[in-house]
Design a protein around this ligand. Structure first.
Ligand code: PMP
Length: 305
């Protein structure tokens, strides 16, 4: 495996960072998870927008421009011979001292890893997955803006451990107000009475790129859509529920806290959106050029892209 690190592609074993890197010492950095479909980087601009916004939020300067990062990702994908895969792009604050002082850090250190991806087993895509609502809450926007994709994932990890303790693969996290925010690494949607509902950015979510794509698909397919507060009761009472994420894509949730959602099978709206998503990300002929601006409003109108 070849890894791109600060301008050079090196073998995995040679791709090392300092133990004094504040990314390691303090989770001081930002990242992106990006898909490669049929040799093309999916939603490149949306991911670069979010990376830049995340870096700005944590006052970290990205030492390469967008074009250079895009080229480096393409080079890394090529060097690893990938047509389908997943890119992890990280920017850390670099090596510093043992103290918190950001000024003593070497500055943005960029790492690009490209690999295969398989988040959940196929069986879960076919039959839906069981989740719990975690006790661990999502970090509140007045603490650390959750729309910045920082390297601090401890509360998400603890929620995922809760899921594993409960024998399920994923956990839904509530925000400090007790509303549904998102899953540990995916956004959440519910369907009720034919309407698709997802918590708004103000619920303290990471504004997922896949979330944007799926919201735009709702528009294109004429499926009613709302960004609205979702209470745990709304989730339990939903006809359908699904998660979206770069690695997960679109996956149905059929059980929450042991309660069956809807019929207990992936529902018709979820299946319709999954099919449309697969068409978008499938063979090159179907992917086509980026959709017109009016079809992309959910990706471009958000403060953090
Ligand atoms: N929420 C969180 C907390 C995440 O980490 C992610 C994915 N990394 C998402 C949602 C989904 O975002 P995206 O669709 O951009 O992968």
């Amino acid at each position: 495996m070849k890894i791109w690190i600060n301008g050079i592609l090196v073998d995995k074993d040679a791709a090392t960072v300092s133990v004094l890197d504040h990314g390691l010492l303090y989770g001081d950095g930002v990242f992106e998870g990006i898909r490669v479909y049929a040799g093309r980087i999916f939603e490149l601009d949306a991911h670069l927008d979010r990376l830049v916004a995340s870096a700005r939020t944590i006052r970290l300067e990205v030492p390469y421009g967008r074009a250079a990062i895009a080229q480096a990702m393409a080079d890394t994908v090529k060097a690893n011979g990938l047509r389908e895969g997943y890119i992890r792009l990280l920017v850390t604050r670099g090596a510093g001292t043992l103290g918190l002082d950001a000024d003593k850090c070497s500055g943005g250190s960029v790492i690009i890893i490209a690999d295969q991806v398989a988040l959940y087993p196929q069986e879960m895509y076919d039959n839906g997955m069981a989740v719990i609502i975690a006790r661990t809450r999502r970090i509140a926007p007045n603490m650390l803006d959750p729309s910045a994709k920082s390297l601090n994932y401890l509360n998400n990890i603890l929620a995922k451990v809760e899921a594993q303790d409960a024998g399920v693969a994923e956990a839904i996290m509530l925000n400090a107000d007790g509303d549904v925010a998102e899953a540990t690494g995916d956004n959440i949607f519910i369907v009720r009475g034919g309407e698709v509902v997802t918590p708004p950015p103000a619920a303290g979510i990471l504004i997922g790129v896949t979330r944007c794509v799926v919201m735009n698909l709702c528009g294109q397919l004429g499926i009613p859509l709302a960004e609205r507060r979702v209470a745990p009761e709304d989730l339990y009472a939903a006809d359908e529920c699904f998660l979206t994420g770069t690695a997960a894509e679109v996956i149905a949730v059929t059980k929450v806290d042991g309660r069956t959602i809807g019929t207990g099978r992936p529902g018709p709206v979820t299946q319709k959106l999954l099919k449309a998503f697969r068409e978008l990300t499938g063979p090159r002929t179907k992917q086509g050029p980026p959709a017109a601006h009016e079809n992309r409003k959910h990706c471009s109108s958000q403060p953090h892209g």
